[in-house]
Write a protein of this length. Structure first.
Length: 281
């Protein structure tokens, strides 16, 4: 049974399974809310890189209800504050379980004056909405990546931040990592079944039949989730030019005003359609 809303998750044995797309991630979850959950990342780009997802496996952000999207981003804020307290506060270096090079970075970095912990570091907040944008699990998820001052922050002397390149490359392929883990688990289960059958000295024909039945059952179970949502191992993608690309020239005001006028017209048309739908209901 899931823990009460807005509370950290309890032991996995006390929970209803939680799925990220077709993958069971119950043991990775550290927070559940009425409509969302947060989990540690199987393939973090930097220390503290976590994900926040709606409990329902919506594929696109626009699929979320008002209650779900409000809850999702409230959970994002709560996780940010937790990560800031753990990674950004100077006192955290004495109790943090982070890697040694991060601890050294904290010790060498100048200690800021007392201020809210969120001001002691920064965050990358990213949402890849759809496969063309690099979404590798068909389930809305918000990436939260703390940037620790003096250690994992963007270098001040460079115009770009490699985190965007990594998110669109194999380094940030969350779906691929989960796919690989699932395949390894399936292989291990098959080998354990075969080993158990051999220990019980089953006749060869019966052994082969039971192995085939077990394999068929596994494929059917996997097909309900994995095959229904993914045709194969997810591939990374969704890269785009660097946000800080100095070669990009600013546009003229006339171009921007014309584009804004187009968007206003589309929004107005959408509003008229919504009113028409409401009248016909």
């Amino acid at each position: 049974m899931r823990m009460s809303s807005s509370s950290p998750s309890g032991p996995a044995s006390a929970q209803k399974p939680i799925y990220f797309g077709p993958f069971d991630v119950t043991n990775q979850v550290f927070l559940t809310t009425p409509h969302s959950f947060a989990l540690v990342n199987l393939k973090p780009l930097l220390p503290g890189h976590v994900l926040v997802c709606p409990l329902r496996p919506h594929r696109r952000l626009t699929d979320l209800s008002p209650a779900e999207i409000t809850d999702l981003f409230q959970a994002v804020q709560r996780v940010q504050r937790m990560l800031a307290r753990h990674y950004f506060l100077p006192s955290a270096s004495s109790s943090s379980s982070s890697s040694s090079n991060i601890e050294k970075g904290r010790e060498s970095a100048p200690q800021p004056a007392p201020e809210p912990e969120l001001e002691l570091g920064s965050f990358n907040i990213a949402l890849q909405d759809g496969p063309e944008a690099g979404q590798t699990v068909p389930h809305v998820h918000v990436h939260i990546i703390p940037r620790i001052r003096g250690t994992t922050a963007k270098p001040a002397d460079t115009p770009s931040d490699r985190i965007y390149e990594q998110m669109a490359d194999e380094a940030g392929n969350v779906g691929g990592a989960l796919w690989d883990r699932h395949q390894q688990q399936q292989q291990q289960e098959q080998e354990e079944e075969q080993h158990q059958q051999q220990q019980h000295h089953q006749p060869q024909q019966q052994h082969q039949q039971s192995s085939a039945d077990a394999a068929e059952a596994r494929q059917a179970a996997a097909g309900e989730g994995m095959g229904a949502m993914m045709a194969g191992r997810p591939r990374p993608g969704g890269s785009f030019p660097s946000i800080e690309d100095a070669a990009r020239l600013p546009r003229g005001m006339a171009d921007m005003e014309a584009e804004a006028a187009v968007y206003r017209a589309v929004l107005a048309a959408m509003g008229r359609e919504e009113v028409g739908d409401g009248e016909g209901a």
